[in-house]
Design a protein around this ligand. Structure first.
Ligand code: SF4
Ligand code: SF4
Length: 389
């Protein structure tokens, strides 16, 4: 076998334990097959933050020398399997650990597999995933994103369903029977069954070179050491001026190097017809995302919004700000522009977005990571998705 490497790309804090469980179980199961493996998280020197893309790795080898050779690198430069535990990251990821937008399949090897937990189908996901010049496979573990917290474990079986899928796409790493045994020892037979069903029912779609999102991921040049200044210089961000170059309104100046949108799983949509111009969203947004339009409305800049949900929380008007699933969008265009251009069209679209958000959340309230959810049974109640689907 030589060495097999797996990365789990996850949302910081919300999915940390999920990712750790997946990678740790891979390493434990590999031991049972007489291999040697290790699991470790890589973030950056900054503390992990809510929603920021981060990575966990599992590396398995036949002997310690092979393993050490791989681990001499800071992190694997290429992996056999990329596991994505939130499908909104298929659009690409940016973290404090790397700069610019990294395509989700960036380090997936030729012929390797990207496993995504998603309720979308492969055609929808490939609209988001950037093209590669080598073939690979896309496998979908059907289900919603599983969010909890740093010290909170949400036992909705996502971890074992992914392990079942992994056994199917990379049986050379660890076989399904060994995963089942390891899962039974750590948890119970119900979770073992979920893993097996996920293994048996996994659909795998081959992806050809050039298939996918052809947009160039944003990037910028970092200064070389000769260009660096003698001291640490923190340049101020300017104050800003009129709304998108117009006379009236106000648009804050923003950091042009760090786009925050890869952080979010949800984005706010605004009802400009019911907004009372109370200013609360503008005041409270931690990322200064709201631009003030000349008529005094508030339009969130989608390149800067990290999807925290504070604006939805503070808005006093019912359903005026609604957090909706990021997967509904393929761009970061202005909602205010859309509304100005076609008010009826915008309001019909807004209604659709709100209905979809309500259906997705069920009776449980909003679904981004600010609120804790219950476990497996509750998930089935809300989504109807079980290990049987
Ligand atoms: S979700 Fe709302 S409050 Fe949070 S960053 Fe985006 S616009 Fe600002
Ligand atoms: S908080 Fe709501 S009502 Fe107030 S300005 Fe923002 S969108 Fe309008």
């Amino acid at each position: 076998m030589a060495v097999t490497a797996v990365e789990v790309v996850y949302r910081g804090i919300f999915q940390r334990l999920l990712s750790r469980n997946i990678c740790r179980t891979i390493a434990l199961a590999a031991r049972k097959e007489g291999k040697i493996g290790t699991a470790f998280g890589r973030y950056s020197d900054s503390p992990e933050r809510n929603g920021i893309p981060a990575k966990y790795f599992a590396v398995v080898a036949d002997d310690p020398e092979e393993l050490q050779e791989t681990l001499a690198q800071y992190e694997p430069k290429s992996v056999d399997v990329t596991i994505v535990v939130d499908d909104s990251m298929c659009k690409g990821i940016e973290s404090w650990a790397w700069y610019g937008l990294q395509p989700i399949n960036d380090i997936t090897k030729e012929g390797g597999t990207v496993i995504v937990t998603s309720l979308q189908d492969s055609a929808d996901l490939l609209e988001d995933m950037h093209v590669k010049d080598a073939p690979y496979n896309l496998a979908i573990v059907k289900g919603p994103k599983s969010f909890s917290g740093l010290w909170v474990y949400k036992d909705d079986h996502t971890d074992v369903r992914i392990l079942g899928a992994l056994a199917k796409v990379a049986p050379q790493l660890v076989g399904i029977e060994t995963y089942k045994e390891t899962i039974r020892e750590q948890w119970d037979e119900l979770k073992e069954t979920s893993a097996e069903r996920s293994h048996d029912r996994l659909q795998i779609t081959p992806v050809e070179p050039g298939q996918g999102n052809t947009e160039e991921p944003f990037s910028f040049d970092l200064p070389g050491w000769e260009e660096m200044e003698d001291a640490l210089v923190v340049r101020p961000v300017g104050v800003g001026g009129g709304f998108r170059g117009e006379e009236g309104g106000f648009q804050a100046e923003r950091n042009d190097k760090f786009k925050k949108w890869p952080t979010r799983t949800m984005r706010p949509v605004i009802n400009f017809e019911t907004c009372t111009k109370c200013t609360l969203c503008w005041l409270q947004c931690p990322d200064t995302c709201f631009d003030v339009t000349p008529e005094g409305l508030y339009d969130s800049d989608m390149e800067s919004c990290c999807g925290c949900g504070v604006c939805e929380d503070v808005c006093p008007v019912p359903d005026c700000v609604t957090m909706v699933n990021e997967s509904n969008f393929n761009d970061n265009s202005s909602q205010h522009d859309f509304w100005k251009r076609d008010r009826d069209g915008y309001m019909a679209w807004l209604e659709q977005m709100q209905a979809a958000a309500t259906a997705e959340k069920g009776e449980a309230g909003r679904s981004h990571g600010l609120y804790e959810w219950d476990g497996y049974e509750k998930e089935i109640e809300i989504t109807g998705v079980t290990g049987d689907d």
